[in-house]
Design a protein around this ligand. Structure first.
Ligand code: MV4
Length: 500
């Protein structure tokens, strides 16, 4: 086993990996940019190396400096976290050449599954269903021809794409030429490759992904699915496991398909197969995410496994700690991504100093956080500050715990998505699990318009009115006792605490 690992990332995920290292008795080496001198991951690591100025291109993407830090520290392996260099085959290759273990798949496996059409072809060959469409790069003329065969609506996708970049949905023939141009140009600027292909567009489907682990000894297991349909602009907002839509039969069919694909791709380490699932419970492979994902904790909560420890074990040549038959899904877990952004102002990033922080805790609550009271949230990076995860024996208990934890959570100094989550988890359709990939955007279009007023002031007045009209309960002051009968009362109580 490694005695020292460098973590080529920042924020909550760097903290998450440090925790796994600690529990395994492995020294954790942090890297940091000039904007992250006082960041939590730096404080928690055993050693830390400054690798460059704030912009990612000069720090967390600076391969030479990262390799140099690993060598100086004497680290034997590098964990890339998610984002940054995590799915970059050149970085994985460079690690291999420098005799550093990249904690993830081989550079070849990342490359083989990185191209969307290559992934589709491999899936089709392995007998995994894919959305009808083409499996190679197309000229503009060929796109028109393919659309005639597939029928509208279609989606034009960048071959080098992923996560919705370079993707255009086309519903009418008149929009086709413009959509091809737009997809190519976005693909060029994002990936340096204008190649596109076409799929039939499946509207109103669910986005459900399957977690797998594969070791170097030929064992591949699936760890159940995550329901990720609640997204905004291809950013996931709330994730849960299991999906309220997936029954045991669909789970084993999707799980076995994911395992088949991993084997066909000679994939190792942790990976996620993204699927679209339609209302008839048909599933279609979309893409493989060759990394640890943001939402991995919900899988950890229901399987009892530690995915980061498994990743490290696999990278060190050890087998996965469990066999498929040992894996039982217990209860239900939900995750809310907490961003430093203003949900009432078009999700504008909200960097700054966190002057007050009170984390929720208690039964079934987990907070994976990259912040502490007094820290700075820099403007340079993804604005995720923490992930709030709630576990319950069933979905209802998980949701009740999440709502309770969201009500406890206080982050002041920057705007956060916490109030947004409180609203999402009050929506009857969300509570019923009736969600799909377009749900959140339409919910926002109709719902947030009404919420334009100053919420805190409205809540304060409503809370005061409520208390004024309420019969004396004999319980003393407003701040004590009793369940929160109404969100207004809760908001008023929180406001009262804030203005202390
Ligand atoms: C699709 C799709 C419907 N039909 N492909 C988005 C990110 C990338 N992983 C694949 N994505 C999708 N591919 C076909 N053929 C729906 C999505 C999709 C989506 C689309 C629009 C708005 C939100 C979405 C959320 C998840 C997935």
């Amino acid at each position: 086993m490694f005695n020292k690992i460098l973590i080529a990332n920042r924020g909550e995920i760097a903290v998450r990996v440090i925790r796994a290292c600690r529990e395994m008795g492995i020294a954790a080496v942090a890297i940091y940019s000039e904007a992250d001198r006082t960041a939590l991951h730096v404080r928690l690591a055993d050693e830390a190396y400054l690798i460059g100025p704030p912009p990612s291109a000069q720090s967390y993407l600076n391969v030479d400096r990262i390799i140099e830090a690993a060598k100086t520290a004497g680290a034997k392996a590098i964990h890339p976290g998610y984002g940054f260099l995590s799915e970059n085959p050149e970085f994985a290759l460079r690690c291999e050449q420098e005799r550093l273990v990249f904690i993830g798949p081989s550079s070849q496996a990342i490359r083989a599954m990185g191209g969307k059409t290559a992934g589709r072809s491999l899936a089709a060959k392995a007998g995994v269903p894919v959305v009808p469409g083409t499996t190679r790069e197309l000229s503009d003329q060929e796109v028109l021809q393919a659309v005639k065969e597939i029928g509208l609506p279609v989606v034009i996708k960048a071959i080098a794409g992923g996560g919705g970049k370079g993707m255009r949905i086309v519903s009418t023939e008149a929009d086709l030429a413009g959509a091809i141009r737009a997809a190519r140009s976005e693909a060029s600027s994002s990936f340096g490759n204008p190649a596109v292909y076409v799929e039939r567009y499946l509207g109103g489907a669910r986005h459900i992904e399957m977690q797998i682990l594969a070791d170097g000894k030929g064992h591949v297991v699936y760890l159940g699915e995550r329901e990720c349909s609640l997204q905004r602009r291809h950013q996931k907002v709330v994730e849960e496991s299991p999906s309220p839509f997936v029954d045991a039969d669909l789970r084993s069919r999707m799980g076995e398909a994911a395992v088949k694909l991993a084997k066909a791709a000679a994939y190792t380490n942790a990976g996620t197969m993204e699927f679209l699932v339609d209302s008839g419970r048909n599933f279609y492979f979309l893409e493989l995410n060759a990394r640890l994902q943001v939402e991995h904790p919900v899988t950890e909560m229901v399987t009892g496994l530690d995915l980061v420890k498994e990743q490290i074990r696999i990278a060190a040549g050890e087998p996965i700690s469990v066999r498929q038959d040992d894996i039982r899904l217990r209860g239900h877990a939900i995750e809310c991504r907490i961003y430093a952004e203003d949900p009432f102002n078009n999700f504008m990033p909200s960097p700054g100093k966190i002057h007050t922080l009170r984390n929720p805790s208690g039964p079934g609550v987990r907070v994976d956080s990259g912040i502490y009271e007094g820290c700075e949230v820099p403007i340079y990076y993804d604005p995720i500050v923490s992930k709030l995860v709630a576990w319950g024996r069933d979905r209802d208990e998980a949701i009740r715990r999440m709502r309770r934890a969201l009500a406890e959570y206080v982050i002041l100094g920057v705007k956060t998505s916490i109030p947004f989550h409180r609203r999402i988890l009050s929506d009857p359709q969300v509570l019923a699990g009736e969600i799909h990939t377009q749900f959140l955007e339409s919910w926002l279009a109709k719902g947030m318009a009404e919420a334009k007023g100053n919420l805190a002031e409205i809540a304060l007045v409503a809370g005061a009115l409520y208390l004024h009209t309420k019969k004396p309960s004999g319980r003393g002051s407003a701040g004590q006792g009793g369940p929160a009968e109404s969100p207004w009362k809760l908001a008023a109580r929180q406001e009262a605490v804030r203005r202390r």
